[in-house]
Design a protein around this ligand. Sequence first.
Ligand SMILES: NC(=O)c1ccc[n+]([C@@H]2O[C@H](COP(=O)([O-])OP(=O)(O)OC[C@H]3O[C@@H](n4cnc5c(N)ncnc54)[C@H](OP(=O)(O)O)[C@@H]3O)[C@@H](O)[C@H]2O)c1
Length: 261
Amino acid sequence: MGKNFTIFGDPVEHSISPKMHTFAIEGLKLDAVYTKTLLQEACKLRDEFINNFDGANVTVPHKEAAYQMCDEVRGIAKEIKAVNTLINENGNMIGYNTDAPGFLKSIKSFGKINNVLILGAGGTAKALAVIFQQNNIDITILNRSKNRLDFFTNLGIKTFSWDDFELASYDLVVNTTSAGLQDEQLPVNKDTMNAIFEKSKFAVDVIYNKKTPFLKLATKLGIPNKDGADMLLYQGVLAFDLFYDHTFEVNKITKYMKQSF
Ligand SMILES: NC(=O)c1ccc[n+]([C@@H]2O[C@H](COP(=O)([O-])OP(=O)(O)OC[C@H]3O[C@@H](n4cnc5c(N)ncnc54)[C@H](OP(=O)(O)O)[C@@H]3O)[C@@H](O)[C@H]2O)c1
């Protein structure tokens, strides 16, 4: 019998996950479909999933609610406390997080990274901070407000808000804020952003499909940079690998998914 996969989100219309997974399904000649499911009420996620799907991805704003509903959470998702990938294992909802390892894979091309400045303190910042910490990468968080910093200070991570930021040198600066997504804003004021870039070797924006003001400024200042497309690709590759329990070569999955970009 064919397999059923979906992505749960609200909104979900913009998601390119169905396209990515469908390219892999077709490339590998599998009997499966991957759809989009608009889910407004998080409380319905578990029943919807268990009754209809073999595997799923979860996007904004349900990653934390999905984590709470899992029968079992595996791997780094336990520390991040958010899941983006679900597996239906004999009627049990098993949760994983592939955003964090997907990001790590996406920055391999920069070579060894020893310390990172993360702009923002939301869900993506948490996922990155946990995986950087597990890989012995030194982390600094800079967020607009003091809200949301407790998660990071509890992990022993240096945190700053715009009021008290002290600049240092960084191998990598990552924009995880939504500044630049639907506007033309930088994640911090222009003087601070210039100063940060002067002290940074590489830059990544997790936003994809758009040259954000953050990326434009990095390019102008000669800082090698990339957007979030590779992160998106690799979180999808790792999710697909879990959907099929590591049956296929990761390089092949990657090759097919890449064709959807
Ligand atoms: N490439 C991928 O695969 C991928 C995966 C996941 C997410 N993303 C992208 O990552 C971004 C963040 O998602 P998320 O779920 O982590 O968001 P989130 O949990 O809502 O956190 C948003 C963060 O952005 C800050 N912020 C919002 N607007 C800002 C502004 N104008 N200036 C400065 N800071 C601002 C917030 O600061 P306060 O705390 O002060 O409010 C908060 O720290 C989105 O653009 C999303 O599309 C990409």
